[in-house]
Design a protein around this ligand. Structure first.
Ligand code: G3P
Ligand code: MG
Length: 247
């Protein structure tokens, strides 16, 4: 399994809180801030095309009704998710996964691709993501797969067995670590809300990395990295993008 690059900072949902989430504009801002890596969420349209979006509905990011899994690729491509964030971003649309991968390649950004299936679409979403990455010949230095959904992650691994992957969980548990082992993951990605230094030590001692979401202060990032955490996901890459390893 080719190696993930282990950046200490990943811009969460592309550009964190500095651009509409999960957009190409976010990727541009992350790159401009000097980020080497981003995280984004991938969900399928009604006709099975992968798009960058976190919620199953359009309410929060587009300010209108509609369920992602019930809208076609053509319909989703026309949805403005910029205006709700700030009028300066009006016209920014929901990008396809393919467009995001191309932007990452052009900008030199590594990507943690979080497979975010709409309810009931776990395996299909993992399959589509894995197949697309495999067909594109994407290397492990460029992409880390992850998901809260074990079914989605397994389906993606079947399609792209050489890509590094991580299991997402809210908390460190024995069951989560067992799954990390079974799926030959490289990391367990945990919430900042529950993680303790003992959790990090236990996961690292078991031979896996720990990545923590979502960390928006330099002091907290510093503390987590000192505990042995490999990476943090941040909505404020501007605050953290000066090297967090500096004392
Ligand atoms: O992948 C880390 C983080 O994005 C997981 O939480 O809900 O922001 O996708 P969420
Ligand atoms: Mg995510």
């Amino acid at each position: 399994m080719a190696g993930w690059v282990w950046p200490e900072l990943l811009a969460h949902r592309c550009g964190g809180a500095l651009a509409p989430e999960n957009t190409l504009a976010g990727l541009e801002i992350a790159a401009r801030l000097g980020c080497r890596a981003v995280e984004f969420d991938v969900m399928l349209s009604a006709d099975g095309q992968p798009f960058l979006i976190h919620d199953e509905t359009l309410d929060r990011t587009a300010g209108r009704g509609g369920r992602v899994a019930e809208l076609s690729a053509a319909e989703l491509s026309a949805v403005d998710v910029g205006r709700c964030f700030h009028p300066a971003f009006a016209g920014e649309t929901i990008p396809t996964f393919a467009a995001a991968l191309e932007s990452c390649r052009r900008l030199g950004l590594a990507a943690n691709v979080e497979i975010k299936p709409a309810a009931g679409h776990d395996r299909q979403t993992g399959q589509v993501v894995g197949r697309m990455l495999s067909a594109a010949g994407v290397a492990g230095q460029q992409v880390l797969l992850s998901s809260f959904s074990v079914d989605a992650l397994v389906a993606a691994i079947e399609e792209a067995p050489d890509l590094p992957r991580a299991l997402l969980a809210e908390r460190h548990t024995r069951a989560a670590l067992d799954t990390v082992r079974q799926l030959s993951c490289v990391a367990l990605n945990l919430s900042r809300h529950w993680v303790t230094e003992a959790d990090v030590t236990a996961v690292c001692d078991a031979g896996f990395a720990v990545m923590i979401y979502t960390v928006n202060s330099r002091a907290e990032a510093r503390r987590l990295l000192d505990w042995g955490v490999s990476s943090v996901f941040s909505d404020r890459p501007d605050r953290l993008s000066a090297p967090v390893t500096e004392s």
